[in-house]
Design a protein around this ligand. Structure first.
Ligand code: OAA
Ligand code: MG
Length: 482
């Protein structure tokens, strides 16, 4: 709340503080505290920091957009609040997420604050507690679905393009699975759209896996992957790993998928379940007898990498970590769900139960852990490493579409920033303290890819793209007038 007040009062000072103390303040502006802020948003609400667009604005969305005081918008982060982190449906109290993500766009990625627009689409909420909460600030009705929902979203998407042109980036954030996949598929041919939960998370996890090869001493293609959770993050990551492996091995994506297994709430995803699976899960149904839980799946599949993308806190039990450790010398374990309460396990659990052998990363931050006299520093496998630099790369190249190869390019840039000192501490990501340098590298890789693919609208191509990225980054300094 104090930081929000500062952001309103003296934006430049807010960003200066955030940039200079990024490791300390990230857990407040971002996960886990932003999750708590969303839960209590109605009670702590002072001013709308973004634009609320509700069902009542139908037919007038363009006018609503024109009410926003800034004209030159480059990045929009939009949510409908249905799946805020791993906390579920928080209705329009999800606004904390677009606000927080865009603060990172400016602080970590250097996109000008005035060019960032947080949007929350209010179509109601199915959260009974909020509907009965006198401080709830949104529409008091059940969520609109089907045609009513898609018409509102369609009007929004058209109005954005009409008002800001083709080069505005629209980042979808924390939509529920069905809408997230549908919106991305529907608008990726006509708009510059990016789903952070599917694509940003995929890119950051791939970067960690590429970088972890230095610790596991085995190439990615030799690994077997098991996911707990087959939603946006799980299937998004799985698909990008398969794409990466197929390029590395000169194999088909279908062939690469066979090394990747997913467990959802009904157990291992196998062929015999195919008819009842949602479309986005179908590519992951492989031939295997049914297995009903995670522990059974670990014993059957013998994965080298275990990834938690379930939103279910503490689902990596002692038995799960021990099973991974009995199969692998260095089990690679990622507990991605946010905020900390939803993390599949804590860093302490991962290191203690694996007797110090796990390579661990998590979506939300954990303090270093001491185990048998040794200090283990885990890192955050969070899309915050990727989306600010990714967005900057799109902005500086004037890209008009997002392409999967840009996600690979971003992952490679991030993996390339992990230092020897990081590895020595057991880290598979660089530390956030150098994030602006990292973002510039990611931006440069993404922009280069945009030019290569003919998707860049800003011509001619700059000679030195890293320099171009660095020099276009917003810095919170005061102007000298004399
Ligand atoms: O916000 C974060 O920390 C990462 C993310 O996108 C999510 O958990 O939905
Ligand atoms: Mg998210």
């Amino acid at each position: 709340m104090a930081l929000t007040e500062l952001q309103e009062r003296n934006e430049r000072l807010f960003y200066k503080l955030l940039i200079d103390n990024v490791e300390e303040l990230l857990p407040i502006v971002y996960t886990p505290t932003v999750g708590e802020a969303c839960q209590k948003f109605g009670s702590i609400f002072r001013r709308p920091q973004g634009l609320f667009i509700s069902l009542k604005d139908k037919g007038k969305i363009l006018d609503v957009l024109k009410n926003w005081p800034e004209r030159n918008i480059q990045v929009i982060v939009v949510t409908d609040g249905e799946r805020i982190l791993g906390l579920g449906d928080l209705g329009c109290q999800g606004m904390g997420i677009p606000v927080g993500k865009l603060a990172l766009y400016s602080a970590l990625g250097g996109v000008r604050p005035s060019a960032c627009l947080p949007v929350t689409i209010d179509v109601g909420t199915n959260n009974e507690k909020l509907l009965n909460d006198e401080f709830y600030i949104g529409l008091r009705q059940k969520r609109a679905t089907g045609q009513e929902y898609s018409e509102l979203l369609n009007e929004f998407m058209s109005a954005v393009k009409q008002n800001y042109g083709e080069k505005v980036l629209i980042q979808f954030e924390d939509f529920a699975n069905h809408n997230a996949f549908e919106l991305l598929a529907k608008y990726s041919d006509t708009h510059l759209v990016f789903n952070d939960d599917i694509q940003g998370t995929a890119s950051v996890v791939l970067a960690g896996l590429v970088s972890a090869q230095k610790l596991t001493n085995s190439p990615l293609a030799e690994h077997t992957f098991l996911f707990l959770g087959a939603g946006e993050a799980g299937t998004g990551i799985a698909e990008l790993i398969a794409l990466y492996m197929s390029k590395q091995m000169n194999a088909s994506v279908e062939e690469s998928r066979k090394k990747i297994w997913l467990v959802d709430s009904k157990g291992l995803i196998v062929n015999s379940r195919k008819d009842s699976l949602q479309d986005f899960k179908k590519p992951w149904a492989h031939e295997h007898e049914p297995v009903k839980d995670l522990l059974g799946a670990i014993k059957a599949i013998k994965p080298t990498v275990l990834i938690g993308s379930s939103g279910v806190g503490r689902s990596f039990t002692k038995e799960v970590i021990e099973a991974m450790s009995s199969i692998n010398e260095r089990p690679l374990i990622m507990a991605l769900s946010n905020p900390t309460t939803q993390s599949e396990c804590t860093a302490e659990e991962a290191y203690t139960w694996s007797k110090g052998r796990a390579i661990f990363a998590s979506g939300s931050p954990f303090d270093p852990v001491e185990y048998e006299g040794k200090v283990f520093v885990s890192t955050q496998a969070n899309n915050a490493y990727i989306f600010p630099g990714f967005g900057l790369g799109l902005v500086i190249s004037g890209a008009i579409r997002v392409h999967d190869d840009m996600l690979l390019a971003a992952a490679e840039a991030l993996a390339g920033q992990v230092s020897k000192e990081n590895y020595e501490k057991g880290m598979i990501y660089p530390s956030f303290s150098s994030i602006r340098k990292i973002s510039a590298q990611i931006a440069a890789n993404v922009a280069t890819k945009a030019y290569e693919l003919g998707l860049a609208g800003r011509l001619p191509r700059p000679k030195d793209i890293v320099k171009c990225a660095e020099s276009s980054m917003y810095s919170p300094t005061y102007r000298l007038y004399r």
